[in-house]
Each structure stands twice: as C-alpha cells, then as structure tokens.
Write a protein that binds this ligand. Sequence first.
Ligand code: ADP
Ligand code: MG
Ligand code: ZN
Length: 609
Amino acid sequence: MAPSRPAPRPNPLAKRPASLWYGLALLLVLGLVQAYYMTPPGRSIPYSEFKTLVKGGKIAELTIGDQLVRGTLKDEAGGDKASRQFTVTRVEDPKLSEELDASGVKYTGEVMNRWLPELLGWIVPLVFLVAIWGFFFRRMSGAEGGVMSFAKNKAKIYADDEVKVRFTEVAGCDEAKDELKEIVEFLQHPKKYTNLGGKIPKGVLLVGPPGTGKTLLARAVAGEAHVPFFSMSGSEFVEMFVGVGAARIRDLFQQAEAKAPCIVFIDELDALGKARTQSPFGSHEEREQTLNQLLAEMDGFDSRKGVIIMGATNRPEVLDQALLRPGRFDRQVLVDKPDVKGREAILRIHIKGVKVGPDVDLKVIAQRTAGFAGADLANLVNEAALLAARNDKTEVDRRDFESALDRLIAGLEKKRVMSDKERRIVAYHESGHAIVASVLPDMDPVHKISIVQRGFGALGYTMQLPLEDRYLMTRTDLYNQLAVLLGGRTAEEIALGEISTGAQNDLQRATDMARAMVTEWGMSDTLGAVNYEGAKRPRFLDVGMPNERGNYGEETAQTIDVEIKRILSDAHNTATRILSEQRHKLESVTLRLLEIEVMEGDELRTLLA
Ligand code: ADP
Ligand code: MG
Ligand code: ZN
C-alpha cells in the first residue's frame, strides 16, 4: 500500500457557523452604544466644587436626576454651551433645594429615562442566550433526526413507481414467492375476495435466516402489486424517550390508511416484538408500550381497506405470542436458505451486470456454496468482480470466483509465514481429514485440501463438496462424520506422536455433534429415543434462565456425558484404524501437500488409488 499523505487538518475557525459571528458583532455594537448613552455629556466635577459653584451663583440651570445632577454654567463663564455643561454624582443633601432657591438657580427634577439601560443590561443578554440556545437546539435536532425530531415519523413513503423490485429478482425461495403472490392478488383485487365473505389476511410474517432475501421479497410484493410501500425497521421504534415509539406506530398507521391499498413493512420485527417478560436487566417500558401500540393498531384497522402489514424476522422464537395470534401476523412465510438450484438461480441474477468469462460454471459454484444465503452469494459475485478488476482483467473468470470463495469461506489470506514444523503439523492434520473422508463410505467427496494459512485460526482446511443438499443424516453418516472431524488430530498422533492445539475447532464441532446425537436425536442406545433438550436450545442473551438445560437429573447428565465420550472415542478408534492402515498414504499425501500447498480432490483420489 502506498504511504498515505496526512489529511489536511480542518481549520477550527472555518467551521464555526456564521450566525455565531453575527451574534458577537451585535454584542460589540450594543456595548459601544451603551457606553455612549451611559456617559453623560459635559465634564464631571466633584460635589464640593459643585457646592462652591452654587454658593457663588455661577450656575444657570440644573436637572436633578436620582443619581446624577446635570447642569450648565452661566454665560459669563465663557466658551460654548457644551463646554459649560457639567455633571455631578448626586449626594444625599436635603438642604440643596434651599440653597438653590437662595442663589436663584433654575432647576428641575428628572425621572431618569431608564428604558435604554434596562434594555441593554437585561433584555439583550437574555435575547443573546435564547439565540445561543436555539442554535444548539437546532444542531441537536439537525442531522440524523437528532434528539428533538423524535416525534416526526421517519418512515419513507415510496410512491407506486418507486419500488422497482419484481419477483424475478428473487430466486431460490419459490414456496415463499408463491404464497406472496397471493398477497399481491389481495392487494390488486380486494373486492374479488371480500365479496365472497373471505377475510384478507392482515399480517404476513417473513421468517428466515439473515440474508435470505426477506426485505427484498417484501419490496417485491409492493413492486408487483404497484402499491405504496411504507417501511420501517423495528429498531427505529425503540427510542430513548418513553412513548415516542408508540407515537411513531400511530403515525405510521395513519399515513398508511390514507394511502390504502398499501403495504406497511416492519423489518427486524424482533427488535420491538420481543416477548414481554421480566428481564434481569430491568424493565423495557418503552419497547412494551410500542409493542402494545402496534397490537392495538393491528386490531383496530380494517383490512378491507387493503393495508397489509408485513414483518420480517430471523428470530421468530423470541416474538411475543400476541403478535402471532389470528388477526395479527397470522400468516407466516418461511424464507429458507436456497438449495443448489436456488443458489444457481441467485448467482444468475447477480452476475447480470457483471462480465463473466466462459470458463465460469455457475453450477459448480452453486455446488460449492452449500449453506450460503442469497446475500452471501451476492457478496461472492461482487468479491470476484473486485478481484478481477484488481488484476486488470477484462472479465471475471473461474479463478477469480475460486479465490473469492476461498476468501469468503476461510477469511483473508494471511501474510505471516508458518515455520516448517508448523506446516508439517498442518499438512499431516489436513491429510488425516482428507484420507478418512475418502475412505469412509457415503462421505461427501473431498474437493480441496489446503495448507495455505487463512484468516484467524484457520491454518488449513479440507473442503468436502456435497453432491446434493442433505436434509437427513443417518446415525452411520454422523459417526463417519465424527471420524472425519477427529481424523486431523489422529493423523498428528500417528505420524508425529504428538498432538497440537490446531484441532480445537474440530473437537468442539465433534463434541457438539455427539451431544446432539445423544440429547436431541435419540441416537444413543443407552439413553434411548428421548429428546433431553426440549423444543429449542437456549440462545445467547435470550431472556430466560441462564445456563438453562433440559429437564433431566444429575444422574442422566452423567450418563449423557459418558455416552458423548463413548461416541467420540468410537469415532477416534475408527479414524485411528483407517489412518494406521493407510500409513504410507498419509505420508505421500502429506509430502505432496507440503510441496504444492493446495491439492485438488482429483489428485488426492489418484494418490489414494
Ligand atoms: P434479509 O432481509 O433476509 O436479511 P435481504 O433481503 O436484505 O435479506 O438480502 C440482502 C441482499 O442479498 C439483497 O438485496 C439481494 O441482493 C441479495 N439476496 C438475498 N436473497 C436473495 C434471493 N433469494 N435472490 C436474489 N438475491 C438475494
Ligand atoms: Mg432484512
Ligand atoms: Zn482439522
């Protein structure tokens, strides 16, 4: 990377808003004006001198205020009128008027004209303060909606033609699409359904893992039906002020009713629709009020008007049951991760704007991306395009996709060089996985073995390429899978007589799998076909008892531990048997791997044959 120049430091004065300067200038002018008016005309003389003047009969006239006495000397003193003027600070002198009468001075009392000093001394600072306050007030409520614009509704109104998404841009979730097509029908011809007495559903909840296209689908429904689309995210309702979220909901529904038929879409519904329970972290007053308001609005309005509320969540299990009742989000549409065909179709959508070389086979990429959601696939295409651009290619070819995929799967390639000893350990480890996976029947064929270090913690990997998506696994499959997972560590044991920390992730996955076999899938003969975990496993930070576990006793817990251990040691034995039988193959594969670092599945099979 080229050394970067330091960014120019912002001038602190340049950014100060002009209004502040105007304010300061105004204050200065007012100060000068005040100084001018407050300084009375004429020279100021001491009171004693003033008394002498009075007694000497030198004064023509006097104006006596409550603090100041202004006077003019008689003409005989000489000079123009201005120079004959003088002021005296008044002193408590009850006899003054008698003396003035005696010497025949013309004098008047004066109520001091105080509006100007008053104004300057009191009102102006106040005005100034208000101005400053207003300035910061505006700033706080300026960008990002700010603290003060809380009551305004942030939902954007999309006009009919603004939603350009169509169903053709969504792939790999055909069942969800079919269900949503019905909603489009409802929106377009509500009469057709209500005439027969049917009720149009009020709420449709899209449920599925992140990145599977829920938001996209909701927009596509609006796009297909040509109706306005109001969308807000659940987290936008959760504000720091109690009652604001509820006000927003009210607003949103008012706007929506005015625009019916239309769609109101609340994304990430779980943010506001979490079950209302007592949480150990205090109450959630605001969220509960918002949720209650949502429930009330959903009950209150009439679906015949054609407002359909859509929600999306990837954690339906935390939603408040009240949300799922009939009359609310009573329809649930599952948006699942795509299968091979779906992945291929999604890739096809996303390469539309990309120049792709003739050697790119989307079918192969789809096969290699089991478990990817739509968003991951979109990301993959983008990464590949970026890689090709970086290498100044005119089109994106197969190698770009391969590198992008490797990168996505195992993280970015690391620059640190491994020591020879570490490389040997990793090579034996990965060869162990690969050989066990190749020898055992019915395992996904090995696609690639790599000892190129990638990302954090991944020193190498063995990638198996499933021929088809699996929905079910038999107990034998699982046992074999465990043997493959433990194969890496076993190879280290056999070849080097030593084990390393590199197998930690394998062990964890193997243990999780063995535990699930025992406690969830009823695959242990000792414990029998019992599910000990209940309907779902507790999730991190969910409301509920910490460390919740299935309702079984201490004795069962022990039996479970024993069973897990037995299953794991069975798998370990299998791996040991295979690798001992294939001892020389383990050596040859490891040697070759150290040489070329990345081995394709075909070469592995030739070596093993
Ligand atoms: P979700 O809301 O389920 O988390 P999104 O709808 O935000 O997922 O998807 C993010 C992006 O991923 C979309 O904008 C789209 O580009 C891509 N994507 C996700 N699923 C699909 C799909 N089924 N078909 C096509 N593109 C998809
Ligand atoms: Mg989304
Ligand atoms: Zn491993």
